[in-house]
Structures are given as structure tokens and as C-alpha cells.
Design a protein around this ligand. Sequence first.
Ligand SMILES: Cc1cc2nc3c(=O)[nH]c(=O)nc-3n(C[C@H](O)[C@H](O)[C@H](O)COP(=O)(O)O)c2cc1C
Length: 196
Amino acid sequence: MILAPRQREHILPLPVVLISTLSEDGVRNIAPWSNITPILRPLDDILLASWIKRDTLDNIRKTGEFVVNVPPVRMVEAVMICSKNFPPEVDEFEQAGLEPRPSRKVKVPGVEGCLAWAECTLVEEISRKHYSLVIGKVVHLEANDDFFNEAGEMDFERATPLTVMLGEKGMWFTRPVFAGRYASYAEMFLSGQNGG
Ligand SMILES: Cc1cc2nc3c(=O)[nH]c(=O)nc-3n(C[C@H](O)[C@H](O)[C@H](O)COP(=O)(O)O)c2cc1C
């Protein structure tokens, strides 16, 4: 089967996070986001791609801050409420019935009930005609103790982080399950030692 290049999303499982931001006037905004990735490891930069017409992008530009919240599967209905194109003056915590969670290093609140919270500051925006790439730095990272061990590893089958496969007319919400193989990073090196 040959797919059109624009159908690339049909072949890639994507994460689903909630990005919380504040407007200049302090209006609280939440939007689901899938075009988001850590930049390599073990760095602390994070990259997200945004269409130009997004309150999230406007808010990040104006305040220089955002929080990446990792929602569990049970938040999927709230995720879809936050995806609606509410005008900028609407408080999306209220619309989605979500509780704010005070952040440590940024003014923007996180979303209570999520699995983890990455507080970020804007490093750089790379503007294209129709979209922007936003590079942020994670300045504070916290996770829900109930689903993480002390090494910071998620028990993902209990935590149920939300993922998505995009289809032609809609989205199939999914979640990760263990594929039966654990590999140490050292296995990637012929020397058997972790080079980074
Ligand atoms: C699962 C999911 C993933 C999404 N990922 C993105 C994304 O990566 N980039 C983007 O610009 N919009 C994305 N959207 C759309 C925005 O969430 C949606 O347009 C939202 O209303 C934007 O809100 P805002 O204007 O308050 O920022 C996604 C929507 C859903 C449901």
C-alpha cells in the first residue's frame, strides 16, 4: 500500500500531552499536543511544533513559559474538550473541569491528576510560513510518585500515558504496553559501555 507523504502520521504512534500556558492577562489555557519531542538525551531541551493560529503559541511568545503535562488515559474526554477552539479569553481549566497544580519555577500552573509535569521556558522559536518550532528548556520536572520509581522510571502499564494514532477522519487514542524486551543503553555500543 502506497500512502501520500502527508499521511506520515498514519504510520507513527504519537504522544499526547497537555500544554498549559497563561495569556498576558492571566487567562489559563490548555491544549493537547502530539508534535512534541525531547531533543536527544541526556539534554533537557524539548521541541514542539505549532500551527501559527494557536493561543498556546501566542502565550508562549508573550510569557516565555509553558508546562508540558502528561495525561493518563482516563483524561481523554478532558483532552478532547481542551482541543476545541475556544477564544483566548476563555479559561480552559474551567471548561474541561481540570484543577490547576501550582508550578515551582514558572507562573503557569500544571494540570492536577497528570502523570508528570515539565515546567519549561522558551529558548528559541523557529518561524516558518505556516508553523513554528518552539524549543523550550525543562527547568523543573516532577512526576506522580504513585507511578514512578526512585530512578524516575514510569510503570507505564499502571500509569497509562495517552498516545494516539492518527487516521484519515479522526484519532485512535492508544496506550503503550510492554513488548517483552528490555534493553540497557550499553547494548547499543560495541564496547558494551554506555557512551551517551
Ligand atoms: C491529540 C491532539 C494532538 C494535537 N497536537 C497538536 C500539535 O502538535 N500542534 C498543534 O498546533 N495543534 C495540535 N492539536 C490541536 C490543538 O490542540 C487545538 O487546535 C487547540 O484548540 C489549540 O488550542 P489553543 O488555540 O488554545 O492553543 C492537537 C489536538 C489533539 C486532539
